[in-house]
Ligand binder design. Sequence first.
Ligand code: KIV
Length: 271
Amino acid sequence: MSVHADQKPWTVPALAEAKRAGRRMAMLTAYDAGFARAIDDAGIDLVLVGDSLGMVVQGHGSTLPVTVADVAYHTAAVARGLRRALLLADLPFQSDATPARALDASVMLLQAGAQMVKLEGAGHKLEVIRFLAQRDIPVCAHLGLTPQSVLALGGFKVQGREEAAAARLLADAQAVAEAGASLLVLECVPTPLARKITANVDIPTIGIGAGPHCDGQVLVLHDLLGLDSGHRRPKFVKDFLAEGGSVAGAVRAFAEAVRSGAFPSAEHSYA
Ligand code: KIV
C-alpha cells in the first residue's frame, strides 16, 4: 500500500498553497506505468513526462527529436500508474512555437492524462503561456538551461552567471508568472540567483541544478537510479539507489532529502 494512501491527490491550486506553507515538493520524471506507480506509492508529489525521454528512453543525444505523439504515448502510460501525484507533460521541440500549435499539442497531452503542460523559455513564449492559461490549461514554465535551445546555447551549460544574464533571468521569471504560469522549473542556475528568483515570484519554483532554496526539486528518474545514460553526468545528479537500496527506497530517500532541505547540497549545486 502507498505510504501516502491517506493523502489527497495533488491539484494545481495546491502548488501555490505548498509555496505559501513552505512545504517543499519532490518531483521526478517517469515514462511508463510501472515506474509511475512505484514513485507515486513512494510519496512523490509531481511527476513529469519530460522530453528527456528522447535521451534516456530513445537514446538520442538531445531532446530535439521528440514529438508530441511520443510524449502523449508516455503520458497515457504514466497516467494509468498514478493515484496521487500531479502529472505534467512536456511540450516538445517547436510544438509550442505558436499559440495555436501549443493549444493543439496541449489538448493531446491533457487528453492523454496530463494535468499541466511544461514549456521552455520566455520571450515569444509569453504569448503562448498567456494563450494557454486564458484557456484554463495549466502551464509550467522552464527557464535557465532550456535543453530545446541546446544548439543556440552551444551546449548544456549553467545559465545566469553574469550580472546581465542574471537580471534577464529574474525578469523572465517574473514575466512567465505574470503571463499565467502556475509553476516554474529552474535548470542549471547558480544557487544565489535561484534563491532570489524563488523569493521574488509568486509561483513555486522547482530546481534542477539550482541549489536548495527552490520550492521543490526535480530529477530525471534514470539519474536518481544511477543509470548511465551514455551522456556526461551533470553535477546536480545524485544516485539515490546507492543509499536507498531499492527503487522505492531510493525514491523515498530523494523525497525526504528534498523535504528536509538536505538535497541538493553544495556538492550538487552551482555557486
Ligand atoms: O525533460 C525533462 O526531464 C525535464 C526535467 C529535467 C525538468 O525538463
